[in-house]
Design a protein around this ligand. Structure first.
Ligand code: AMP
Length: 391
């Protein structure tokens, strides 16, 4: 069913509830990565320019109760700077005082509601809470792709009470990129998967096996697959209870004529402690663990990417937070970014964090703001936050 764009809505003079994803990392009250806020600015600017009164809302972190640490105050300050006019923070997301502020909000102005998750009813998708959240707004806009895989009051329940609804520009960009991966993707189509656990990616692998031409696997999850092939992986991280499943997935790939490409060499160390002594190994010694893909694997992965028309990447290829183990992720990332004629989509989360700040990262077709949502979409699961926007 169709989803409307905010461009299709009459916005002038309307109070618009805008679900944003302002769930940004904070250190001592300072925002350390504002990408998610920046990604929604064009939606907010458009709403204001069209004469809407924008009531912005978001969750931040996982508060058990109201706490100043997880107040959206730093976000209100950041938005005020970025938009060039003051964005006031309401004391709550519902209630009389906030309700009055919404009534008084003039067209062309923005108000930020306080952290939605200060109320457990938000995650419980409580009907009354959703009703309260909707009070006084005539239009609902969802731009929070990063939370689209959750059926919460602000992402799903609220649409029972506001019928005029649409996706913001960020949500539309995210969905367009994901559609390119699932609806008639251009071939050759290659998936790169990494990260800590096979268990997180089983659904994705199952679903992608029917769609892609090759899956390149790195990160810790590769070791469970290598064990399934009978290789020695030393002290590398292995999910013992997933070895049979890895074997099954390898067999399914053969059946579908999909190449699963595993590392052929590794950057190894004794432990994950900082300042490690590292070595490159084809065979992992019994007292070492594999913490990054080695140079021969990088070359093999890059070779497999050459000529690809569609590439999706989810999960770092090594313990990238430690510089000694970041090379594989960065080398493959840079090579992919520099390929011509390819639709390259970077799943959010750790993969986006790993490539962030490198000048070549601007050359990917799309870097998602939602790791969990992207994964669920790639598993073939319908996203409730998207479903709720259908009209
Ligand atoms: P995920 O959340 O599943 O995408 O996993 C990301 C995490 O996996 C990151 O913190 C990486 O440092 C970690 N990781 C990637 N490769 C390895 C590895 N070979 N050994 C241990 N951890 C790894």
């Amino acid at each position: 069913m169709p989803i409307r764009s905010i461009k299709q809505l009459a916005l002038n003079g309307k109070k618009v509830l805008v679900r944003c994803d302002f769930n940004v990392p904070l250190e001592a009250g300072r925002i350390t990565d504002a990408n998610r806020i920046d990604a929604s600015l064009d939606t907010i600017r458009y709403l204001l320019a069209e004469g809407a009164a924008a009531v912005l809302c978001s969750h931040l972190g996982r508060p058990k109760e109201r706490t100043t640490d997880l107040s959206l105050k730093p976000v209100a300050e950041y938005l005020s700077q970025a938009l060039g006019h003051k964005v006031t923070l309401a004391p709550d997301c519902i209630g009389d005082i906030t309700g009055r502020m919404v009534v008084d909000l003039a067209p062309g102005h923005a108000l930020l509601l306080e952290n939605l998750r200060f109320h457990p009813e938000e995650e419980a998708n409580d009907r009354d809470f959703a009703h309260e959240l909707a009070r006084g707004k005539q239009v609902y806009v969802n731009d929070a792709f990063g939370t689209a895989h959750r059926a919460h009051a602000s992402t799903a329940g609220v649409t029972r009470f506001i019928t005029e609804r649409a996706a913001g520009f960020l949500m539309l960009r995210e969905l367009e990129a994901l559609r390119a991966l699932t609806e008639n993707p251009a071939h050759p189509y290659v998936a790169i998967l990494g990260g800590a656990k096979v268990s997180d990616k089983i659904g994705v692998i199952r679903n992608l096996i029917a769609k892609v031409d090759a899956i390149l696997i790195g990160g810790a999850m590769a070791y469970t697959f290598l064990r399934a092939q009978g290789e020695n992986v030393g002290k590398s991280r292995v999910e013992e209870d997933k070895i049979d499943l890895a074997r099954e997935l390898l067999a399914a790939a053969v059946k579908h004529n999909v190449a699963i490409v595993l590392p052929i060499d590794h950057v190894v160390a004794e432990s994950i402690e900082p300042g490690p002594t590292v070595a490159i190994a084809r065979e992992i010694p019994a007292d070492r663990m594999g913490l990054d893909i080695g140079p021969a694997t990088v070359a093999e992965f890059v070779e497999r990417l050459r000529g690809a028309k569609t590439v999706v990447w989810n999960g770092p290829l090594g313990l990238f937070e430690t510089p000694e183990f970041a090379h594989g992720t960065l080398a493959v990332g840079e090579a992919l970014a520099n390929l011509d004629g390819v639709m390259s989509v970077i799943g959010g989360g750790d993969t986006a964090a790993a490539v962030a700040g490198h000048p070549w990262a601007a050359r990917f077709s799309h870097i998602s703001t939602g790791g969990g949502a992207t994964l669920e979409y790639l598993e073939g699961i319908e996203l409730p936050g998207v479903k709720a926007l259908e009209v």
